[in-house]
Design a protein around this ligand. Structure first.
Ligand code: FES
Length: 315
């Protein structure tokens, strides 16, 4: 059986595992237990389907993205594989539109052919070789002919300056990815969903919300969006209109300058059904960590919590 690892062919002998084949070929593949327990040897199939038993213990989102454990993977078909954090090939993209959604959040729409993703994942935007940032996708691949990113502009950020001052429709950038497992997968269609985020954490939640509705989610969906100031909320009219049209969708917002704490509000409101709800948490690291801890302490299963924590970029 033939593997392709970073454009390099690797032969797998009959009965041999992918991990053993990689090590025999001189690839420094990480491993520890060699028994499918520790997940140190996690890899991803970008082409071909890994055998189901090589995905034991992985989340539904990981399985759907082709992740597998190399130490227990004896492939039955040719696979193209990559390390789990491989951003993939960079693809050229064309800027289609830039528009302010609030005083400091920019909506960037770009077109990139052959960029496959799940709503809620994130990509790497490459403006220049040494100017790259991760942004979540608010668009839906089956509904939007573009990739949509919500970008908070920082007065001294290099990418912010570049976006604000130089980037115009028609300009070319590159994207790589997608990455992340915070998307609608492995959820019961009747299950309550709570989507909780702050700032541009709304972008992936908006993608997840649209995907859930498109896939026929019947259970209640509550979208919580918080910001420091009232002027930091955005897409409020669209979200209120969507909630008005759908019986099972509720939109809740809170801002610190009005005394509202979105995390506390969501925890209080979700408490009565915390054990049966699927949670999606997106925003700054502190908010996501705090929510995860508090939801777990309140009785939520960690398996029912998907999250995407943003780390601040330097420069
Ligand atoms: S090395 Fe531990 S799961 Fe593969």
């Amino acid at each position: 059986m033939r593997l392709t690892y970073r454009d390099r062919p690797v032969d797998v002998a009959p009965g041999e595992t992918v991990l053993d084949a990689l090590l025999r070929a001189g690839v420094e593949a990480p491993c520890s237990c060699r028994a499918g327990q520790c997940q140190t040897c996690l890899h991803r199939a970008t082409e071909g389907v890994p055998p189901p038993e090589s995905q034991n213990g992985l989340t539904p989102a990981q399985k759907s993205l082709g992740y597998f454990l190399a130490c227990i993977c004896r492939p039955s078909e040719p696979l193209t594989i990559a390390p789990p954090d491989d951003a993939g090939a960079r693809i050229e993209a064309v800027v289609r539109a830039l528009e302010f959604l609030s005083h400091d959040v920019l909506r960037l729409r770009i077109e990139a052919e052959r960029f496959a993703y799940r709503p809620g994942q994130f990509l790497e935007l490459i403006a220049e070789e040494d100017l790259r940032r991760h942004y979540s996708l608010a668009s839906h691949p089956e509904e939007d002919p573009f990739l949509e990113l919500h970008i908070r502009l920082h007065p001294n950020g290099r990418m912010s300056r570049r976006l604000k001052a130089d980037l115009r429709p028609g300009h070319r950038v590159h994207v790589a990815g997608p990455r992340g497992t915070c998307f609608y997968e492995g959820v019961d269609k009747e299950q309550p969903l709570a989507l909780i985020g702050a700032g541009t954490g709304l972008a992936p939640l908006y993608g997840v919300l649209r995907d859930a509705l498109r896939q026929g989610h019947h259970g209640p969906i509550r979208l919580y969006h918080g910001a420091r100031e009232r002027k930091g909320l955005y897409l409020t009219e669209e979200l209120q209109a969507l909630a008005g049209m759908r019986d099972n969708v509720e939109y809740v917002s809170a801002t610190l300058d009005s005394g509202g704490d979105i995390a506390a509000l969501a925890l209080e409101r979700e408490a009565p059904r915390v054990a049966e709800t699927a949670f999606f948490l997106c925003g700054g690291e502190n908010l996501v960590k705090r929510l995860k801890r508090d939801l777990f302490m309140a009785g939520a299963s960690l398996k029912a919590i998907r999250s995407d924590a943003f780390t601040p970029a330097s420069g």
